[in-house]
Design a protein around this ligand. Structure first.
Ligand code: CA
Length: 173
């Protein structure tokens, strides 16, 4: 499934929530459609610098499920672009489109927006304050201080950690 390798405002937010994926490396102003034409700013910049016949990888987010029939009809209406993946977690699909195809599909009422299809990078840093030792320390107010000096560490201070145990063997030999 190609979904985790794509980015975009909606898809990235959902991906981060479900899979612990961090914000795209190029996050920021690019993940916006400031002129409201349903084509993200970074895609518009890219389209401005390609030939009419060149296709770019895009993600199209729909306002309805990306059924095979719906995506096929959108492709026919917009000029016959190549669809590379359909998504079920979000209503959308990936495709390769020319500038004219992007403009055509963005005018369709079923389309929420069109964005560049670029890589994202996995990270698990954001969960540290929500689970495990850090969460327990925050909720319980534990600072590990047992020697009377919270600003320093000594052999008398307390240390907590988490260890993942190997599954017990079920061998019957
Ligand atoms: Ca735009």
């Amino acid at each position: 499934m190609r979904f985790p390798q794509h980015r975009g405002l909606l898809s990235a937010a959902l991906t981060m929530t479900l899979l612990g994926v961090a914000a795209p490396s190029a996050a920021g102003a690019s993940l916006a459609d400031r002129d409201g034409d349903k084509v993200f700013d970074d895609l518009e910049r890219r389209l401005a610098h390609i030939d009419d016949s060149e296709a770019v990888a895009v993600i199209v987010i729909l306002r309805a499920p990306a059924t095979a029939e719906r995506v096929h009809d959108l492709a026919v209406d917009a000029g016959g672009f190549e669809t590379t993946a359909r998504f079920s977690i979000v209503d959308g699909f990936a495709a390769r489109m020319t500038r004219a195809e992007v403009r055509a599909i963005s005018r369709n009422a079923t389309v929420a927006h069109v964005e560049l299809d670029l890589p994202v990078h996995a990270s698990n840093n954001t969960a540290q304050d929500s689970f495990g030792v850090t969460k327990a320390r925050i909720d319980g107010g534990f600072d590990g201080d047992a020697d009377g000096s919270a600003a320093t560490y000594s052999k008398d201070d307390l240390v907590a950690g988490a260890r993942r145990s190997a599954p017990s063997s079920t061998s019957s030999s």
